[in-house]
Design a protein around this ligand. Structure first.
Ligand SMILES: Nc1ncnc2c1ncn2[C@@H]1O[C@H](COP(=O)(O)OP(=O)(O)O)[C@@H](O)[C@H]1O
Ligand SMILES: [Mg+2]
Length: 229
């Protein structure tokens, strides 16, 4: 059973008189343990697609199942539960809270789950270690490099043991060497922990860490490329 299955999905926006079909005719199925990349020109619908997959948004039409659960009919609190239990998110600009240190940022999703302090800290330190950040965990984001901040964001995304990691341009703000380090972490999470990964990227070299590349054009999947490893 696929962990993510979109059938005949469309997402449109209406801005005054202007009607924008950000996504149309989207069929896609992602198995557990897969690693897929989404590429396409600016405005082709990449972020809209990732937001739908991430249950941050709902389709205008079509059906979406995640881990066997129908998403398109869910209410906001059910969607929030799905995000907290099944999904982890990584963004181009890290989205860390500036007033919290690295450890406190990583603990946040576990606080939302109501986990007690000791267990929370233990798991958060483990998550930080698994991304190679065992030092500097009491530093705030502004005291960390971009690559370190993204590692904290990855630790926060995986601390709750998600089935799927979603990343929108995770290396978009990083130099190429740091980007490789971040992708090595993604590969490790996919290979050794079996976490399914869906990432949006502009960079071919980053996209090729996945097994498949979905090329979007004008809101449609124009082509699916199998990456030759
Ligand atoms: N909230 C929104 N309201 C109106 N139009 C939107 C909204 N979000 C995205 N769009 C439009 O949908 C299309 C796809 O956007 P997006 O998914 O952000 O593309 P990409 O991430 O590939 O650059 C664009 O034409 C964009 O302007
Ligand atoms: Mg985008």
């Amino acid at each position: 059973m696929p962990v993510i299955e979109l059938k005949n999905i469309a997402r449109s926006y209406k801005n005054g008189q202007v009607f924008i079909e950000a996504l149309k005719d989207i069929d896609l199925s992602i198995e557990e343990g897969d690693f897929v990349s989404i590429m396409g020109p600016s405005g082709s619908g990449k972020s809209t697609m990732l937001n739908l997959i991430g249950c941050l948004d709902k389709p205008t039409s079509g059906t979406y199942e995640i881990a066997g659960k129908r998403v398109e009919k869910m209410g906001d609190s059910e969607l929030a539960d799905i995000r907290n239990q099944l999904l982890g998110f990584v963004f181009q600009s890290f989205h860390l809270l500036p007033d919290l240190n690295a450890l406190e940022n990583v603990e946040l999703p576990l606080i939302y789950r109501g986990m007690g302090g000791n267990e929370r800290r233990k798991r958060s330190i483990e998550a930080l270690k698994s991304v190679g950040l065992d030092e500097r965990i009491h530093h705030r984001p502004s005291q960390l490099s971009g690559g370190e901040q993204q590692r904290v964001a990855i630790a926060r995304a995986i601390v709750g043991d998600p089935k799927v990691l979603l990343a929108d341009e995770p290396t978009g703000a990083l130099d190429s060497k740091t980007s490789e380090n971040i992708m090595a972490i993604f590969q490790e999470l996919n290979d050794h922990r079996g976490i399914t990964i869906v990432q949006v990227t502009h960079e071919k070299s980053v996209a090729e860490y996945g097994y498949r590349i979905f090329h979007l054009l004008d809101g449609k999947i124009e082509r699916v490329e199998d990456v030759v490893k």
